[in-house]
Design a protein around this ligand. Structure first.
Ligand SMILES: [Zn+2]
Ligand SMILES: [Zn+2]
Length: 748
């Protein structure tokens, strides 16, 4: 009897395709294994997700060409996980497959045309009649092979296409040739060496809190049961040491480990320590790898040559079969959320993967997200606390400077309060280091004509352009547009154009004027675009070659340098004033994290936060290192307004090039949702449709509808039913995209 396989392909399609299995491959096909199949003009690699009965005999079924795996690429729990991600995040299953097995892991073979011996002869002997046939043969005889597309491109738009090709193929003058079929890539043993030659740190003794936390983790690992620990440890409390010991314990059990960090380039210390403690057992998986490197690392993981994977968000899909422990460092970090399809949160996927594999999860942070804190209260997660820094070091005192009371000394108000200035001077005298945080890159967020009020705006987005003084450009931070700054106002031709507001470049410039001779550096996305830049800055900090480092939130992440004794926050109000219900939480996290960089050694440290809202509870909580106090206050506010974690949110974003059409479809969606909601009572709240706060980005207008409900299942059922109605309605517009964002972190 013939076998049929359901093959999932890496396409934006939600269902698998049916292929028949030729007899010679019957013994080798398996669920989760990769196979090569014909698809249109290509041969694609997909994954078998199941087997089926004889399908509808009317439908023509194609055959699987080859089997690429002896060991399945997707083990059963990983396959199950892809299905969950697809369902939960409203992402086509095929797109999820592409995320889990990216690039060369799912190779594509293309079809080319080439001229045959017979064709060459016919051309030489002038036996080719049709003009177009002759043109095709001449083109092909000049090169070894051509794709069909490039052939038609060369022949020009008016060419009749189809018929001549068929004629030539039938005569045997040309033939199809496939690009090298994708290789399984087994046995590729190349390896990315982990950089960093840090000396092996001697045995560290644990604090009592570390010891107690470790005991609980180890005990759970030994029982081999699913459990989530929330490790809330103040900055410098030795979370990393705890991670390393937990990893050892998991390895002793013969289990494997996935370790996620928000950003690889900013965590050289963790890489170094993993390499020293577990030589030859770590693979790296992150977006900075070339596709060949990624493929190699993937094979090492799949073939169990390593048992630890360190990586960013997508490393949660590492193809381990004996997973036992997942560590998510800085679990509150928003970079765990992917903004493109599938819009998953790596942290939440980790919990699901752990559930499917009976693994232990450690979510670590000095400032865990409110969602995780809430899960502890609901007894879903188990709390482990490290309330003190190691070696008895104190947390740095935090001073809040009320900018309303600052008197400008010169003509214009300074960026730095008197207190901050004095503190920086002291550090320079003592050759200690200062970190200055300003969470906005560029020189100034906008340039305005002070005669007519004109503001330079992006042509593609409805947003002002940020002034970058280093190369005198105006840049859009959303679409990347760059313009040279003009000398006069495009509206009134006036020449009084002034930069307004603050960016890191301006802080850097003012510092250079104020502290001549001081060694000043800057770290933000503009600088961090080159890995080399980051390395030299981190090295500069370590070796004391930098006196003052100014930067965006990149400087708040994980750095641990003994000579940093002062941290200044230029303006806490930047993040506080963002119109998002998470603004207070983000501000609290950012300030606590950056404050944590100070006083990591015996030199002590101090933190100075400048603001116009000195009494805001987020700042007060950061000042008193009071995580729980902050959470309680914030939970009250979220509860009152019905925001997460008390509800789940899904945002439906309607995007398209024509504003009226977008608005029309948004309203149509609003109606469909209202209709479908009838009978659900108060359980689902629908806000909108309204224009998004960032109305236009990359030439696409955006409207949105926000749905809230304490019951997540209700919410997704509602949307699923509306999707079906919309897809079959006459109003459906192919130029308009409906983006569904589940548990969104960005509401602008
Ligand atoms: Zn733009
Ligand atoms: Zn003007």
């Amino acid at each position: 009897m013939m076998i049929f396989a359901e093959v999932l392909l890496p396409l934006p399609i939600d269902h698998p395709f049916t292929y028949s299995v030729p007899a010679k491959l019957e013994d080798r096909v398996q669920k989760g294994g990769r196979v090569l199949v014909p698809f249109g003009h290509r041969r694609l690699t997909g994954c078998i997700v199941g087997f089926s009965q004889q399908p509808d005999p009317q439908i023509k079924i194609k055959e699987i060409i080859d089997v690429l795996d002896e060991t399945p690429a997707l083990n059963p729990s990983l396959l199950e996980l892809t299905r969950w991600v697809s369902h939960y995040y409203f992402a086509p299953w095929g797109e999820v497959l592409k995320t889990v097995l990216p690039g060369k892991i799912l190779p594509v073979a293309r079809r080319f045309l080439r001229i045959t011996e017979e064709g060459q002869r016919a051309l030489r002997e002038g036996r080719v009649r049709g003009e177009q046939e002759r043109a095709i043969l001449s083109l092909l005889s000049a090169r070894s092979r051509m794709s069909q597309d490039s052939l038609w491109k060369r022949l020009g738009p008016s060419s009749g296409k189809g018929p001549s090709l068929t004629v030539l193929l039938e005569k045997g003058w040309i033939e199809w040739e496939w690009s090298n079929p994708p290789l399984p890539g087994e046995g590729e043993e190349g390896r990315i060496s982990l950089r960093g030659e840090g000396p092996s740190s001697g045995p560290v003794s644990l604090t009592p809190a570390q010891r107690e936390a470790l005991d609980q983790i180890v005990e759970t690992l030994e029982r081999g049961k699913f459990r989530v620990f929330l490790l809330q440890g103040v900055t410098g409390s030795g979370k990393t040491e705890l991670y390393l010991r937990a990893i050892s314990a998991a390895l002793r059990q013969g289990r494997q480990v996935i370790f996620l960090v928000p950003e690889i380039v900013l965590t050289p210390r963790i890489i170094e320590q993993l390499k020293t403690r577990f030589p030859e057992r770590v693979a790296l998986l992150h977006s900075g790898l070339s596709s060949a490197e990624r493929l190699r690392e993937w094979h090492r993981v799949r073939n169990a040559k390593v048992d630890i994977v360190l990586g960013t968000r997508s490393a949660i899909f590492a193809p381990f079969t004996r997973l036992g422990l997942i560590i998510i460092d800085e679990e509150h970090d928003s970079s765990y959320k992917q903004e493109d399809i599938p819009r998953y949160n790596g942290r939440d996927v980790a919990i699901m993967r752990a559930k499917l594999t009976d693994s232990v999860v450690i979510l670590g942070s000095a400032t865990p997200s409110l969602e995780s804190y809430f899960n502890v209260q609901r007894r879903n997660y188990h709390l482990l606390k490290l309330p003190h820094r190691v070696r008895g070091l104190p947390l740095p005192p935090v001073e809040i400077v009320d900018l309303r009371r600052e008197r400008p000394t010169g003509s214009s108000p300074s960026l730095f309060s008197g207190v901050l200035l004095e503190a920086m001077e002291q550090r320079l005298m003592r050759s200690e280091q200062t970190l200055l945080l300003l969470n906005r890159r560029g020189y100034a967020p906008f340039i305005q004509c002070i005669d007519c009020g004109f503001v330079f705006q992006c042509l593609n987005c409805d947003l002002s352009l940020t002034y970058h003084r280093t190369d005198r450009t105006l840049r859009c931070h959303y679409c990347g547009l760059r313009l040279k700054v003009s000398d006069s106002c495009p509206q009134c031709k006036g020449v009084r154009l002034l930069p307004f507001g603050l960016g890191t470049q301006r802080v850097e410039e003012e510092l250079r004027e104020m502290f001549r001779g001081a060694r000043i550096a800057r770290l933000d996305r503009d600088i961090a675009r080159r890995q080399g830049n980051i390395n030299s800055i981190l090295e500069g900090l370590r070796e004391g070659k930098i006196d003052i480092l100014v930067g965006t939130q990149l400087i708040a992440k994980g750095h641990d340098y003994p000579r940093i004794t002062l941290v200044g926050v230029i303006s806490a109000d930047l993040s506080l004033n963002i119109p998002d219900f998470r603004a207070a939480e983000r501000t609290y996290q950012l300030i606590t994290q950056v404050a944590g960089r100070a006083g990591r050694d015996n030199l002590g440290g101090e933190v100075i936060v400048q603001t116009y809202h000195p009494h805001h509870y987020a700042l007060q909580a950061a000042r008193h290192h009071d995580y729980e106090g902050f959470c309680e206050r914030e939970l009250e506010y979220r509860h009152r307004l019905g925001y997460p974690p008390f509800t789940r949110i899904i945002v439906i974003r309607i995007e398209g090039p024509n504003q009226e059409k977008v608005q029309e479809i948004a309203h149509y969606w609003g109606e469909l949702l209202q209709q479908a909601r009838k009978g659900m009572g108060e359980q689902v709240e629908i806000l909108g449709p309204t224009p998004a706060i960032r109305l236009k980005i990359r030439n696409k207008y955006r409207w949105q509808i926000l749905l809230k409900s304490p019951r997540s299942k209700l919410l997704s059922d509602l949307i699923r039913s509306v999707l079906v109605k919309y897809d079959s309605s006459a109003c459906k517009n192919p130029n308009i995209r409906i983006n569904i964002d589940v548990d969104p972190l960005d509401l602008l």
